[in-house]
Write a new protein. Sequence first.
Length: 326
Amino acid sequence: MKSLQEDIKNQDFKKVYLLCGEEDYLKQQYKRKLKQALLPDEDTMNFAYFEGKKTEPGEVISLADTLPFFAERRVLLLENTGFFKGQCQELPEYLAGLPDYLCMIFVEQEIDKRSRMYKAVKKYGRVVEFGTQDTNTLMRWVLGMMKKEGKQITQRDMELFLQKTGTDMGNIERELEKLLCYTMGRNVITAADIEAVCTTQITNHIFDMLRAVTDKNQKKVLDLYYDLLALKEPPMRILFLLARQFHLILQVKELAKEGYDQSQIAKKAGLQPFVVRNYLAYARKYREEELRNAVEECVNTETKVKTGYMTDSMSVELLLVKFSSK
């Protein structure tokens, strides 16, 4: 990302770019920045946009070979073409000899780093991968937006906000906008404000369910489960996320046992530090054997559903009853 920022700042561009990775918000931001830096918005004659897997490589090459009209550059923006997952014979070879006036920008959700297209862009241009941002980066970003609006928030309440929103920057921005509107006329954002207006992501519902399971609060466990079903969440997805939570707690417990501290565990497990803090609390309530058995029970339940032994919603409900029984 820093290399891309330097390219834009110095007006020294590669002939081809690939913007990829999990963080869609950043991809879209830098797609716009790069396009604006390369070509004025009003220059529609020298800009072309292709989208989707029906994009024809031959059509792209034909337009790329067309000289720009009274301008230095021609810019082609191609989005989610599938060229970096499937077979694309013509373009990898074409990228080796792109004309000086051309800049091609690929923005892709799915890529295969073994593909000829990926290797060609890496060799002849620049690959920019936008990954999930860490907690400190997200907090600085959110605090910057809050500061512009004259808002303040405590560290603990900021952690609660990110627990609610998850790490997707697009979702964070939408939830923050709701929060800013709700607290209009006040300087301090509180936990009560966050609870009042911020939508909890499904993973956080699962975490609440896990907390209720650990506390053996069976009524709350089932209430949360029925709420998720009412929100049209598939039972098998709920089961997968629950199994993942048990697996992560086991992983955190094992790392703590090996002597790693909270920040080291976060880095090794790929988790946010404040999430690790919560997992450590749960890890102390379970033996390793119990966590392994819980994961195995989830796998067995999935097998029963796939073999038609039980329906998906009933099988997950029975498993939750078992987990939360005193």
